[in-house]
Design a protein. Structure first.
Length: 183
């Protein structure tokens, strides 16, 4: 007896085969249609030049580098130890009317159905625009936590943009937590 997949399952499988965004602009366009994707915007009471300078300072300081995490899976018969090595790559692009922050992360051993861009899949793209003299609009597009937790990258960049928090996200703890769903 032949088994048939429901149409929704076939659609989900085919959507997973779609090409991965290769540029920040492709990521912006793809996020509204993604399963674990989020977008949002806020206006902050800080001049655009300050927000752009903060991105230029904080992104390399906080989001560049690598993280190694270890996960143990205990089964009835054995303990499986997996190590994940993730390289993070932030890019800040400045223009007169827009500052862009792109965050990419490549995890060794991660399986992708299509080619990843150089630097790894995009995890966040944020754009800052001047609204008027002392205000800036921040818009972000992010690959969200599949467990539904708060988006630690968004929390960091909104804190930087508003000037309320200059803390770096804890990439080791937060990124490791998002790996839970892959077990």
């Amino acid at each position: 007896m032949a088994r048939r997949l429901p149409a929704a399952a076939v659609a989900a499988l085919l959507a997973g085969c779609a090409a991965q965004p290769q540029t920040a602009e492709e990521f912006r366009r793809a996020i509204p249609h993604g399963l674990f994707a989020g977008t949002g915007s806020i206006e902050v009471n800080r001049p655009f030049a300050e927000v752009a300078a903060t991105f230029g300072k904080m992104a390399p300081e906080c989001l560049q580098g690598s993280v190694t995490t270890t996960r143990q899976i205990i089964t009835r018969f054995r303990v499986i130890t997996r190590e994940y090595f993730t390289a993070w790559k932030p890019t800040v692009a400045m223009a007169q009317e827009r500052a862009e922050l792109h965050v990419q992360a490549q995890t060794a051993g991660e399986i992708h159905l299509s080619r990843s861009p150089l630097g790894g899949p995009y995890r966040l793209v944020a754009d800052a625009y001047p609204v008027h003299a002392g205000r800036t609009r921040l818009q972000w597009f992010s690959a969200r936590d599949p467990l539904g937790g708060p988006d630690y990258l968004v929390r960091a960049i909104t804190g930087w943009a508003s000037g309320e928090s200059m803390q770096c996200p804890d990439l080791m703890t937060e990124w490791d937590r998002t790996r839970e769903w892959a077990r």
